[in-house]
Design a protein around this ligand. Structure first.
Ligand SMILES: *[C@@H]1O[C@H](CO)[C@@H](O)[C@H](O)[C@H]1NC(C)=O
Ligand SMILES: *[C@@H]1O[C@H](CO)[C@@H](O)[C@H](O)[C@H]1NC(C)=O
Ligand SMILES: *[C@@H]1O[C@H](CO)[C@@H](O)[C@H](O)[C@H]1NC(C)=O
Length: 447
C-alpha cells in the first residue's frame, strides 16, 4: 500500500485490479451455480414440480398477490379474493391452516350468505347491479352458490372394498361419470362397453380392477326418479344427491363426489371423470395409467424425498388463456358482474383422469374455493390454488377429430378418449377397437 501512495498515478492498477478480480470470480460462481441448478431440475425425464404448501395461493397474472384492494366489481372475484386472503399463509400465518369457507369471518359471511344454511341467499342480489337482467340459471346459481353440501338420495354400497383388504384390493381406476336421470341409454351402453366394472384386460394383457359410479342430481319427473331407484338397486352404481340436476349445478357433482370418494373408495389409484357421451378406449387407458404409475415409482426410488409420487397428476385436453363468454344467448354465458379476467388453465370436461391422492387434495381446497357455474373451470381454479399444472395429452379428444383426421379408418385406434359419441356409436366403436382388423392392429397412440 505504501508503494501505492508513492506512485499515485498507478492507483487505478493497484486498487481496482483486486476489485475487478473479485467481481469476475463472483460472476463466474453465480453463473456456474445457476447452470447446475437448471440442469439438475431436468434430470430424470419430466419436470418435477415442487411440492407447494396446500394453502398456496397462486398470484393472479399481472396482479400482486399481496394486494389488499380489489377494484374489479365482479362478485366471484371479490368473494374469492376475501377467502384467498384469509388463507394466505403470508398475510395470516396463524390462520393459514384453519380458515375455510364454513368458518369464515364476518366479511365473507355477509357477502356469501354463510350462516343461513342452504336456503337461498337473497341478500347477495344487491351485490350484482344487473341482477334483474341476468338469465334464470345465473340468478339461481348466485342465490345458492354458498351451499356445497347436499344429502345423498341414492348411495351405492360396496363399490370399493372396505376393511382390511381395502388398500390391496383397491381399483386401479374408478370411473365417475356425470349423467342425468333421462340418459338411461347412455348408461346402459357404457356398462356394456368401455365402462365395465371388474377385472379389465389392458392391451398388454395385464388385468386390472375397474369400478364405476354415475353421478346424478334430482329432477321433478317422479316416474323417472322411481326408475332410477330401481336401476340403482340393480347395478349398485348410482350416486344421487338432493339438488336439482341443472347445467350450472354440475360443479356440485365434482365437489360432492370428492367427498364421497374420500369416504367410500379412498385408495383408488386413479379417477376418470367424464360425461356420459364419451367413448374411452379402456384397454389402452389402463396401459397408459400403469405406465405413468411405473414411471412415478421409478422417480420415487431415485429421489426418496417425494412423499407422494402422484399427488399432482391430472391429464387431459388442456385449455389455456380462455375468457368468459359474454354472449347472453350462449349456454356458457358468464356476466362481467360475476367474473372478470381470464380463466386459469383447465381441462376439457368431456373426460379427464387424475390420481386418487389429488382427489383428496381437491376435496380440501374446494372448501376454500367458491363454487363457479362451469365445472371444468372450477376444477382449473382448484388446481391453480394447489399449484398443480395439468398435463396435456393429445389422445384425449374432448373436441373430436378434425375433418382430415376423421377420414383415417384407424383414427379411433389412436386415441384414449373421444367426445361426443352416441350409445349406438359406443357399441360399434367398442367392437371395432377391441378386436382391431389387420389394418389398424399396429397403429400407435397419439402423443
Ligand atoms: C372447515 O370448517 C369446518 C367447520 O367448522 C371444520 O369442521 C373443518 O375441519 C374445517 N376444515 C379445514 C380443512 O380446516
Ligand atoms: C359483523 O357484522 C355486523 C353487521 O352485520 C357488524 O355490525 C359487526 O360489527 C361485525 N363484526 C365484526 C367482528 O366485524
Ligand atoms: C341447484 O340446486 C339447488 C338445490 O336443489 C337449487 O336450489 C338451485 O336453484 C340449483 N341451481 C341452479 C343453477 O339450477
Amino acid at each position: 500500500m505504501a508503494s501505492c501512495l508513492r506512485r499515485y498515478r498507478h492507483w487505478i492498477l493497484c486498487c481496482c485490479s483486486p476489485c475487478m478480480l473479485l467481481l469476475t470470480v463472483y460472476l463466474y460462481v453465480t453463473i456456474a451455480l445457476f447452470l447446475t441448478m437448471k440442469h439438475s431440475a431436468h434430470i430424470g425425464g419430466p419436470i418435477v414440480y415442487p411440492v407447494l404448501p396446500q394453502n398456496f395461493v397462486a398470484p393472479h397474472p399481472g396482479n400482486f398477490f399481496w394486494r389488499t384492494q380489489l377494484e374489479s366489481g365482479a362478485l366471484w372475484n371479490f368473494i374469492q379474493h376475501v377467502t384467498d386472503r384469509q388463507n394466505n399463509p403470508i398475510l395470516r400465518p396463524g390462520l393459514a391452516t384453519t380458515a375455510n369457507l364454513s368458518t369464515n369471518s364476518n366479511e365473507t359471511a355477509m357477502s356469501t350468505g354463510k350462516g343461513i344454511g342452504c336456503s337461498p341467499n337473497y341478500e347477495i342480489i344487491s351485490k350484482i347491479p344487473d341482477y334483474s337482467t341476468l338469465p334464470t340459471q345465473m340468478k339461481k346459481f348466485v342465490t345458492t352458490m354458498h351451499c356445497q353440501d347436499y344429502p345423498l338420495i341414492i348411495d351405492p354400497e360396496d363399490v370399493c372394498d372396505h376393511g382390511p383388504l381395502a388398500k390391496t384390493q383397491a381399483p386401479l381406476l374408478l370411473l365417475a361419470i356425470k349423467t342425468q336421470t333421462a340418459n338411461l341409454e347412455n348408461r346402459e351402453a357404457i356398462r356394456q362397453t368401455w365402462g365395465r366394472s371388474g377385472k379389465v384386460r389392458g392391451q398388454g394383457g395385464r388385468k386390472r380392477l375397474v369400478r364405476r359410479v354415475f353421478l346424478l342430481g334430482k329432477t321433478e319427473d317422479l316416474h323417472n326418479e322411481k326408475e332410477l331407484q330401481l336401476e340403482g338397486n340393480e347395478y349398485g352404481d348410482i350416486i344421487q344427491w338432493d339438488f336439482m340436476d341443472t347445467f350450472f349445478n354440475l360443479t356440485l357433482k365434482d365437489v360432492l363426489f370428492w367427498g364421497w370418494f374420500s369416504r367410500h373408495c379412498p385408495h383408488a389409484h386413479f379417477i376418470f371423470k367424464g360425461d356420459d357421451d364419451v367413448f374411452v378406449r379402456m384397454p389402452a387407458m389402463l396401459d397408459y395409467l400403469l405406465q405413468e404409475e411405473e414411471k412415478a415409482n421409478e422417480r420415487l426410488s431415485k429421489e426418496s424425498t417425494q412423499p407422494n409420487k402422484m399427488e399432482g397428476f391430472v391429464v387431459g385436453d388442456v385449455i389455456n388463456n380462455a375468457k368468459p363468454i359474454r354472449n347472453n344467448e350462449n349456454k356458457y354465458y358468464i356476466p362481467g358482474s360475476f367474473y372478470k379476467g381470464f380463466y386459469p388453465s383447465y381441462l376439457g370436461g368431456g373426460g379427464v383422469v387424475y390420481s386418487g391422492s389429488l382427489a383428496h387434495r381437491l376435496l380440501e381446497v374446494s372448501q376454500r374455493v367458491h363454487l363457479f357455474p362451469i365445472d371444468d373451470v372450477y376444477l382449473g381454479m382448484c388446481l391453480k390454488r394447489l399449484g398443480v399444472s395439468p398435463i396435456y395429452h393429445r389422445a384425449f379428444l374432448t373436441f373430436d377429430f378434425t375433418k382430415e383426421e376423421s377420414k383415417d379408418p384407424c383414427a379411433h385406434h389412436t386415441i384414449l378418449l373421444v367426445h361426443k359419441r352416441s350409445p349406438a356409436e359406443m357399441f360399434r366403436l367398442w367392437a371395432e377397437t377391441s378386436v382391431p382388423n389387420s389394418e389398424c392392429r399396429n397403429v400407435m397412440l397419439r402423443v
